[in-house]
Design a protein around this ligand. Structure first.
Ligand code: NAD
Length: 268
């Protein structure tokens, strides 16, 4: 499936061979599917992830690529990764701000301030930190592309998930602001807003929300899918294909946009 999707992206002419890409949180999940797809298209990758075991496994699967154990909310750790990228590659063509956490599920009077801060730190400040260090390298390469992962929770209000939703709305504002700021440097900045993406993460989110609302996982899941016009969740490969498109020459004139990819989620 993924091979076919990405082979098509490569055929239609997108990713330049050797494209230098940094992806955060890419050892598992959607980030990993993006990483695998871009590598298949001939890109060179440097990734980071907080999970040491998953970083090790990534390097076993992709021995020619670079990977570091780092938390996107840790300024010093992210700074030193980009120093290494500068030493190795002398520039960068693309940044994919993918790392994110679901954050707590609970009422505003139940969520602890430290839980709020951690969610915003990872989902929003982490994107700022990566852009802060990546932009000079992309500028020195003559331009490039930045893709920020937001969420459908970044275009709807999302009760009991206020930290996550607020951070993901913040990602859209960050994206539109950066697109204006960096356009004259030939740097394109876009956001992707995935909806319900097939995989373990959404199953955990559904379980937490079902518990919060006192219903079963199955009932909660049906309610979620009923809200999608196409009545199906989205495979992570679709996100990877859109990232590849936005990083490719085909996306040359796309900037400042927020792309929902969710089968038309009507509400959450
Ligand atoms: P995931 O939890 O499956 O994977 C996230 C990866 O990021 C993991 O490898 C994890 O170890 C890593 N990570 C977590 N915190 C980190 C940190 N502080 N620093 C570095 N790495 C960290 O998540 P996912 O479903 O693959 O989501 C990827 C992105 O897509 C996130 O930004 C998420 O908010 C967004 N998103 C996902 C969905 C979905 O349904 N899965 C929907 C909308 C948006």
């Amino acid at each position: 499936m993924i091979g076919n999707n990405h082979s098509q992206i490569c055929k239609v002419g997108g990713i330049s061979p050797g494209l230098r890409v940094f992806i955060s949180g890419a050892a598992t999940g959607i980030g990993r599917v993006i990483a695998d797809g871009l590598i298949e298209c001939g890109a060179r990758l440097h990734i980071c992830d907080v999970s040491e075991n998953d970083v090790k496994e990534f390097l076993v699967a992709h021995p020619g690529q670079k990977a570091a154990v780092a938390d996107v909310a840790d300024d010093a750790a992210i700074g030193s990764i980009f120093e290494e990228i500068e030493r190795d590659w002398h520039g960068l063509d693309a940044l994919v701000n993918n790392a994110g956490i679901a954050g707590p599920t609970g009422g505003v009077d139940e969520i602890r301030p430290d839980e709020w801060r951690r969610c915003v730190d990872v989902c929003l400040t982490g994107q700022f930190l990566c852009a802060h260090y990546a932009v000079p390298l992309i500028r020195s390469a003559g331009g490039g592309s930045i893709v920020n992962l937001s969420s459908a929770a970044g275009r709807f209000g999302y009760s009991y998930r206020t930290p996550y939703s607020s951070a993901k709305w913040g990602v859209v504002g960050f994206t539109q602001s950066l697109a204006k700021e960096l356009g004259p440097d030939n740097i394109r900045v876009n956001a992707i807003l995935p909806g319900l993406i097939e995989g373990p993460r959404i199953e955990n989110v559904i379980s937490s929300r079902a518990e919060q609302l006192g219903i079963t996982h199955g009932e909660m899941k049906s309610e979620y899918v009923e809200n999608i016009s196409l009545r199906r969740m989205t495979p992570p490969e679709d996100i990877a294909s859109l990232v590849a498109f936005l990083l490719s020459d085909m996306g040359t004139n796309l900037s400042g946009q927020s792309f929902g990819i969710d089968g038309n989620l009507e509400k959450i």
